[in-house]
Write a protein of this length. Structure first.
Length: 670
């Protein structure tokens, strides 16, 4: 335990490194090449490729074959003896990536199997132990850079080969022996050091396999800092740490990693201010499977690229090379066809910002300064394409790949483009040059923390470049109504209405929200003589649950008095805690509470549920608002942790203002 604490403290101290010093502008500069690139090649290649997805008569496996087919490690180790990709040609691979319009290449330097696709001095389970005996990563990094692309590494934290990595596969009777996770972390860091020292400038580190309980935030943050120390300009994805929320791929604040990693899915909308990259297979497997012919069509892949980029994301499209070192022919064909499209339409992808439109019924859009690009998935039978709510004057309209300009006419808030005969190509793209930055006739977006308030509520109204007029009496806004110039303070119950205007004319629907001034929940009157002590009571319950239980039906294993709402034991698994006491607030106000937990949690104030953050999940934050009178209020927090990471934090503040951790000085117990 002492050793673990020493190692963890050392790793935590190393956490006070890079991120703390980098400014947002410096990070933006570091990530600019990646944001502009928008499109990359993922390559999953390892000894699993030799098996082509087949084992013992089953042939539906992929890169997880050792685990899925339950192959004992001694049998699996022999597979490397057949790894001899005699047709591997790094220049061919790099050229195909370039021609496909991809700007970076991410290859598995080590997948979960633990095999190093490079010459590592820290392991004899590496490429030099195969008949091939060539450093694939060295050859590929040279070829990729020669094509002007960024070389990047995928590296798995989870390792099914190294005897120090824990946990073992649940099905294998491989003794734990003197396995030592700290020793494994040192091995992992040594190989990452090789990858960021011996192969020239690396664009990004794509970590993976971070989800098992033996990996933690201290390890993750320290590994992030190691990468940035070795190559300060390297980008590191969020799977280096433990903050990722499942396949949706995004992390909560407070965890290491420069961008989110949705996998096999595209977020429903863009996420302003959040960088993310969707990784996806062409068929159903990351690693090569010889019978998996379920390839997405080229048109589907191009539409996915447009959808992702229109939302501000990057697309990392996977290839699973064959054991002979060639890409599958189906992949080669799609790369070529995507490249043909990118050669004509790449300007609508590279260096673009997300769509200016909330949604388009016929396709997607991207933005680049005073230009918008329209990527047409469904060609209008009428030959007329309606561009909804575009407020600008249109200077020029062109179909990319053709010389002719297209006719455009205004129709109320819309523009209507006359298209030529269907071009029959995949996803035609129209470019519109505007007179100024895009002005889209969206209804104002009303933003506020709570629609119930005690003293005042504040509401902001965002309509990008348009004028907004609003009313507080429920009437439809006109140009004679107050013009929005900044957050509006609401002091009595009312219906707020707002509308967008352009050049003195209404150009959007009316947005509305109802606000109610309420009486605060009364303070708790204690019986005379009742003495309070700072802190709260914590009742601890043993047992694995998947959701918060009915605690009234359970018997606590212990009751403790602690100074604040915090984790009691960050390393313990399968237990729950109920924290109870009194919270003292100093004003009659609507208070916003933010409850962060891994796993589930709930916050009750005066017996009313204010925040429900229940469920099996990684660290996530939920918020709620309660109108409270100055004085004492009952507070109860329920929390549980099943396995893996654990987290608990409670913050509060007057609604609309900065939230702060609930101070121990505001908490009391009998
Ligand atoms: O387990 C891996 C899987 O094999 C593959 O590498 C994907 C690619 O992002 N990542 C993990 C599954 O989330």
């Amino acid at each position: 335990m002492i050793r673990f604490l020493i190692v963890t403290m050392a790793l935590m101290l190393s956490c006070l490194g890079v991120e703390a010093q980098e400014t947002p502008a410096q990070k933006a500069k570091r990530m600019q090449w990646w944001k502009d690139a928008r499109f990359g090649m993922f390559i999953h290649w390892g000894t699993y490729s030799v098996l082509e997805g087949a084992w013992n008569g089953q042939d539906r496996y992929g890169e997880w074959i050792r685990d899925s087919a339950r192959i004992p490690i001694d049998d699996y180790n022999k597979v490397k003896d057949k790894f001899n990709p005699v047709k591997f040609n790094a220049k061919d691979w790099a050229h195909m990536a370039k021609e496909a319009g991809m700007r970076y290449v991410v290859i598995t330097s080590k997948h979960h199997e633990g095999f190093a696709m490079f010459d590592s001095k820290y392991s004899d389970y590496d490429i030099m132990a195969t008949p091939f005996k060539r450093d694939i990563l060295k050859e590929l990094s040279n070829a990729v850079r020669a094509e002007g692309l960024q070389m990047c590494w995928y590296h798995s934290i989870m390792d099914w080969h190294n005897p120090d990595y824990l946990p073992r596969r649940p099905w294998e009777n491989r003794p734990v022996g003197d396995a030592d996770m700290d020793r494994y972390v040192k091995f992992l860091r040594n190989q990452v050091t090789e990858l960021l020292t011996n192969y020239g400038p690396i664009g990004l580190m794509w970590f993976d396999g971070e989800w098992e309980s033996t990996w933690n935030h201290a390890y993750g943050q320290a590994l992030y800092n190691l990468c940035r120390k070795l190559q300060p300009n390297v980008i590191v994805n969020n799977r280096v740490d433990v903050g990722r929320g499942g396949m949706g791929g995004l992390s909560d604040a407070g965890f290491a990693g420069d961008y989110g990693t949705p996998e096999q899915e595209v977020p429903a909308t863009g996420i302003p201010g959040v960088d993310w990259e969707t990784c996806m297979t062409m068929n159903d497997n990351w690693g090569y499977n010889r019978v998996d012919k379920n390839y997405k069509s080229t048109t589907q892949l191009i539409q996915l690229l447009c959808d992702i980029v229109s939302k501000g994301g990057n697309y990392l499209l996977n290839i699973g090379p064959q054991p002979n070192g060639e890409f599958p022919p189906e992949s080669v064909q799609r790369l070529k066809e995507i490249g043909d499209w990118m050669a004509v339409n790449g300007e609508s992808i590279y260096g673009t910002s997300p769509s200016s439109f909330k949604s388009l019924p016929w396709g997607r859009s991207t933005t680049k300064g005073n230009r918008i690009y329209l990527q047409i998935f469904d060609w209008p039978a009428s030959g007329e394409l309606v561009v909804p709510g575009l407020g600008n004057s249109v200077k020029k309209v062109k179909l990319l790949g053709s010389r002719q300009s297209l006719r455009a006419k205004r129709a109320g808030p819309d523009w209507v483009l006359t298209l030529p005969k269907p071009v029959g190509k995949r996803v035609p793209v129209v470019r519109i040059d505007l007179a100024g930055a895009p002005i889209i006739y969206d209804a104002p977006q009303l933003k506020y923390v709570a629609d119930k308030f005690v003293s005042v509520a504040k509401v902001s109204m965002d309509a990008k470049n348009l004028d907004v007029h609003y009313t507080l009496d429920g009437k439809t806004p006109t140009t004679k109504s107050p013009k929005y110039t900044g957050p509006v303070t609401v002091k009595s119950s009312c219906l707020v209405k707002a509308r967008s205007f352009h050049k003195g004319k209404p150009v959007s629907a009316v947005s509305m929200a109802s606000f109610s001034k309420v009486d605060p929940w009364p303070m708790i009157q204690l019986r005379p003589g009742v003495k309070l002590t700072p802190g709260v009571t914590a009742k601890v319950y043993d047992g694995a649950v998947d959701a918060l239980p009915m605690f009234e039906a359970l018997r606590p294993e212990s009751t403790q008095n602690i100074e604040s709402i915090r984790l009691i034991d960050a390393k313990r698994e399968n237990y729950s805690v109920v924290y109870s006491g009194y919270l003292e607030v100093t004003l009659d106000e609507a208070y916003e509470f933010a409850l962060q937990s891994d796993d589930g949690s709930r916050l009750w104030i005066d017996g009313q549920l204010v925040v429900d953050n229940d469920g099996l999940h990684s660290s996530q934050v939920k918020t709620g608002v309660a109108p409270l009178a100055k004085g004492l209020h009952h507070l109860r927090v329920e929390w549980f942790n099943k396995s893996g990471g654990a987290d608990l934090a409670l913050r509060l503040g007057v609604a609309g203002r900065q939230l702060q951790p609930v101070a121990g000085s505001a908490l009391f117990r009998r």
